[in-house]
Ligand binder design. Structure first.
Ligand code: ARG
Length: 459
């Protein structure tokens, strides 16, 4: 009967039930946040005259020694403890005696856990933003090396219009800047309402100072409703959604890397250090890292769905179901971090093969729109020009030609306005250079994009 709450029970908890109930094996990762929260809580209790200054000192020093011992490995978690909160409190009492038993005054594990997760996620958000910035740096560097390398741009995975490799990968850079902003927004909202002091659900009869605790724990405000403070996990849902979106972007990029590294494309070659071989086919070089990132995306979506489903039927306020929030969010945090940590160097070390990209762009009538635009600039309505070029493409397909190899006499048969200047208009380089619209694949726009990413990184 060693449970803190054992007073009202006649029998001990069944062994299997005890294991089932315990969360220490996963919430132990929040030990630092739990101790930090408790230190500030003790400080507040003493400032408000709820405990003495001496007791506060004992508590804070005791907590500091526990933190140190956990960090240097001389103290390990007691896996028989119910959760990290109980573990720290009982270890404290073991060390300092009765003063340790005063720490939980005007507090409940309900507001304590709501606090710990927020503090934990705040640090993880900062780390993930940092990782996204490294990824952005890698994309930016790759893009500036390949500003003039032309590849086919696709729609429906059919060759559509020529673009530069820089323009293509900068699209992902834009997505990742928004991902970083989203995390920042979610973090700001999460840190705007400190739950500590909500206590079990209804607040407390002690004259506490929630604003002091909030401020000292890095919050910009307090949860104005104590039931909300302990009940909601919307900040976890929001961050899981941010993480799922990052994974979705990484997964699309991975899919392209997998395609590009196939013999059918061969636009890139992944470095040996980010590929694996086959146990039976000696020639294989497999893009496992990109495949795993794509695969793990499903897992992070699952974490989001799992928490949403856990929360959907819960009455207010705290319910033990909510203990399930942590494994989902921890798994998502770990997965996102691992994925970016592998994806970034995989990208930075891959070899780009511009000749193959250009070769692929030379096929598939990728400059047909430009041929139509040529006629439009000579005065023809776009629909008419579009139809005429369609007929020329059909003629090319029948005769094994490309738009560049149709003789001028033949062009003139299709329309007398065609002239020799058309070849200058439909070369791959011209197609790219002439796309001068803002945000297009033209060189000025690509420079603007590079500048934007650089400024974002310096921010
Ligand atoms: N381990 C619990 C959790 O993660 C801490 C809160 C327990 N609260 C309670 N009333 N039993 O949710």
């Amino acid at each position: 009967m060693d449970k803190m709450w054992a007073g009202r029970f006649q029998k001990a908890l069944d062994k299997e039930a005890d294991d089932f109930n315990s969360s220490i094996h996963f919430d132990c990762r929040m030990f630092k946040q739990d101790i930090t929260g408790s230190m500030v809580h003790a400080e507040m209790l003493s400032r408000q005259g709820i405990i003495t200054a001496k007791e506060k000192l004992q508590i804070v020093n005791g907590l500091a020694s526990i933190l140190e011992d956990l960090q240097n490995g001389s103290l390990s978690f007691d896996m028989n403890a119910e959760d990290i909160h109980m573990f720290v409190e009982s270890e404290l009492t073991k060390r300092i005696g009765d003063a340790g038993k005063k720490l939980h005054t005007a507090r409940s594990r309900n507001d304590q856990v709501a606090l710990d997760i927020r503090l934990y996620l705040k640090e993880e958000c900062e780390e993930i933003s940092g990782l996204l910035k490294e990824l952005l740096r890698a994309i930016r560097n790759l893009a500036s090396e390949h500003k003039n390398d032309i590849m086919p741009g696709y729609t429906h995975l059919q060759r559509a219009q020529p673009i530069t490799f820089a323009h293509h990968i900068l699209a992902y850079a834009m997505m990742f800047t928004r991902d970083a902003e989203r995390i920042n927004d979610a973090k700001r909202r999460m840190m705007s309402s400190s739950p500590i002091g909500s206590c079990a659900l209804a607040g407390t009869t002690y004259n506490t100072d929630r604003a002091f605790e909030a401020e000292n724990l890095g919050f910009t405000g307090i949860a104005l409703n104590s039931i909300d403070g302990v009940s909601d996990r919307d900040f976890c849902v929001e961050l899981l959604s941010c993480f799922a979106t990052i994974m979705m972007h990484l997964s699309r990029f991975s899919e392209e890397i997998i395609l590009w590294s196939s013999w059918e494309f061969k636009f890139i070659e992944l470095d040996d250090s980010y590929t694996t071989g086959s146990s039976i086919m000696p020639q294989k070089k497999n893009p496992d890292m990109a495949e795993l990132v794509r695969g793990k995306t499903g897992r992070v979506y699952g974490d989001l769905m799992s928490l949403l489903t856990t929360l959907k039927g819960l009455p207010l306020a705290y319910n033990k179901d909510m203990q399930e929030d942590k494994e989902a969010i921890f798994d998502a945090v770990d997965t996102v971090k691992k994925c970016i940590k592998v994806f970034t160097p995989m990208l930075a070390t891959m070899r780009v093969l511009p000749e193959n990209m250009r070769k692929a762009a030379g096929k598939g009538f990728i400059n047909a729109t430009d041929l139509a635009d040529y006629l439009v600039k000579k005065g023809m309505p776009f629909r008419t020009a579009y139809k005429k070029v369609g007929e020329i493409v059909a003629y090319c397909i029948d005769n094994g030609l490309i738009l560049e190899s149709v003789p001028m006499e033949k062009y003139k048969e299709f329309d007398p306005t065609f002239d020799n200047d058309l070849f200058g208009e439909i070369s791959l380089d011209a197609c790219v250079e002439k796309r001068i619209s803002a945000g297009g694949t033209g060189p000025d726009s690509v420079e603007t994009q590079l500048k934007y990413i650089t400024e974002f990184l310096n921010d």
